[in-house]
Design a protein around this ligand. Structure first.
Ligand code: IPE
Ligand code: IPE
Ligand code: MG
Length: 251
């Protein structure tokens, strides 16, 4: 099936989030080291970014390194950070050419100096691009984000900038790392695992979830188009009944 051409151009999600999982198992199945899987995952990142740009998804968040991933062996962490630095360097011209603005969520301060520095540079250079906002979740977890949000809120209360009585959904949202982005309508996780692993817990409240039995290095543009097609064929009820939705689309 030609998924790309079956996509409804008037119903493109504004924000898609992806848990890029399965690099290690992909490599292991090939008798290689886990790091070989991470290296091959870069190709899949290029594909998902190109696909999102092609069909006009304005926000794409990629879970690249979680708070919990700091517990991995030191050499694997180093390989991932080196790969991040190298890829940022290599991809900058493509990001510029395709109008991609790079942003990050997560505890960027604790990344190794070279990675933090390179991220800062690429964010600065791409900041005026408007076609796609690519958000890398690095040293990110929802529980970390929630604790940080509460900390900032408490400080603002202490400084008299806001009162506890003013807390509602909107004010809470403004303290999250994702304050400037819409909530993802679709979350894709590769590798067959069916969990969200501390990723965007607040933001995914009403997202459609798609779990693919495919390892991240095998993910291609067409998988993204198929995911969007799948998303478009779901009924998003937001608590209402199916009949209510059908009625409102009649009028
Ligand atoms: C995803 O692949 C990459 C990161 C989490 C950094 P994994 O490294 O988790 O690969 P698996 O899940 O062990 O196969
Ligand atoms: C989630 O994958 C984090 C990223 C993809 C960056 P993990 O491989 O770390 O998740 P778990 O440990 O299987 O839940
Ligand atoms: Mg994994």
């Amino acid at each position: 099936m030609d998924y790309k051409n079956s996509i409804d151009k008037n119903n493109i999600p504004k924000h898609v989030a992806v848990i890029m999982d399965g690099n290690g198992r992909w490599a292991k199945e090939k008798g290689k080291l886990r790091v070989f899987g991470h290296k091959n995952g870069v190709k899949a990142v290029q594909e998902v970014v190109e696909a999102a740009t092609t069909i006009g998804v304005p926000y794409l968040t990629l879970y690249a390194f979680s708070t919990e991933n700091w517990n991995r062996p030191k050499f694997e962490i180093k390989a991932l950070m080196d790969l991040l630095v190298k890829s940022l360097e290599k991809e900058l011209p493509t990001l510029m050419k395709n109008g991609v603005r790079l942003e990050t969520i997560g505890d960027i301060e604790i990344l190794p100096g070279s990675a933090a520095q390179r991220l800062k540079e690429v964010k600065e250079k791409t900041k005026d691009n408007t076609r796609l906002t690519l958000i890398l979740a690095l040293s990110y977890s929802s529980k970390w984000e929630t604790a940080e949000a509460l900390k900032s809120f408490a400080l603002d209360v202490q400084e008299g900038k806001i009162s506890a009585k003013d807390v509602n959904e909107e004010t809470f949202r403004s303290y999250l790392q994702t304050a400037d982005y819409p909530d993802p309508e679709l979350m894709i996780r590769t590798s067959g695992e069916k969990r969200i692993s501390n990723f965007l817990m607040w933001q995914l409240s009403y997202a459609e979830l798609l779990f693919l039995d495919k390892y991240w290095p095998d993910f291609r543009m067409d998988d993204f188009y198929q995911a969007i097609y799948d998303y478009q064929n779901r009924e998003r009820r937001f608590g209402k009944t199916s009949e209510q939705l059908k009625k409102s689309s009649d009028v």
